[in-house]
Design a protein around this ligand. Structure first.
Ligand SMILES: [Zn+2]
Ligand SMILES: [Zn+2]
Length: 234
């Protein structure tokens, strides 16, 4: 009866406030099939630090000494649609839009032989205050999608956000670095397997300061291999 009630409620809500495609405004879903095809996979593999092309997104030999990351996986092409999708999830609080990412991840991991199911996923954490404001962590949602496809373990306790920073959006590279420095800490885990590769998951890579700071903490804690994974690189 309750199920019927919630279904009925959804039908009424769809009539009064129809869901429209965030790109072409066609009624029915957050992304219609035609626009979904514009959500394209990112087709390059580059060293995230210097931008030199390579075969799998690893940090190149020249940049190893200036980065704590071992590599970066970028999933989607950075275009108006992918940007809008992320913006609506984070700032308009519509997490359901991310459901459309699943087929893209299936396609991405099918094409990327480097991806392994023993990689442990950890989301970039939100400060507890930010979490309460938003009601969800968008990076955790991305981890859930990946784990649902590849069966990867998620450990959301590896990192804690201890500083409530202002948003990074609109800040230049040096201000982003200052804003984020000292923002995270690792938790002590006596059962930790430091040989398991960790993949830190975030929505956007801009200057890389957030992922670098998280990777630094994980490397200091003893983890040997730390990669980043983002939806887009802006
Ligand atoms: Zn559309
Ligand atoms: Zn490089």
């Amino acid at each position: 009866m309750k199920l019927f009630g919630s279904k009925l409620k959804k039908i009424f809500l769809d009539i009064i406030f129809p869901i429209k495609c965030l790109s072409c405004r066609a009624e029915g879903d957050w992304l219609c099939l035609r626009c979904l095809s514009q959500l394209r996979l990112y087709n390059y593999n580059l060293c995230p630090i210097c931008g030199l092309e390579n075969k799998d997104g690893q940090v190149c030999g020249y940049c190893r000494h200036i980065s704590n990351l071992d590599g970066l996986l970028v999933i989607l092409e950075n275009n108006k649609l992918s940007q809008k999708m992320i913006h609506l999830v984070k700032y308009n609080f519509i997490p359901d839009i991310f459901n459309h990412l699943k087929p893209r991840f299936v396609e991405y991991f099918g094409k990327n032989p480097l991806w392994r199911d023993f990689f442990v996923l950890t989301p970039v954490p939100l400060h507890p205050r930010r979490f309460l404001e938003r009601g969800f962590n968008q990076s955790q949602l991305i981890c859930d999608i990946i784990s649902g496809i590849g069966g990867n373990k998620i450990n959301d306790q590896l990192l804690k956000k201890i500083k409530y920073n202002r948003h990074q959006v609109g800040l230049g590279a040096s201000k982003r670095h200052v804003n984020i420095t000292g923002s995270f800490k690792t938790t002590v885990n006596l059962q930790a397997d430091y040989n398991k590769p960790i993949v830190i998951v975030d929505d956007v890579y801009t200057t890389g300061s957030t992922l670098e700071e998280c990777a630094k903490k994980l490397k200091e804690a003893g983890y040997k291999t730390v990669w980043g994974l983002v939806l887009i690189r802006s």
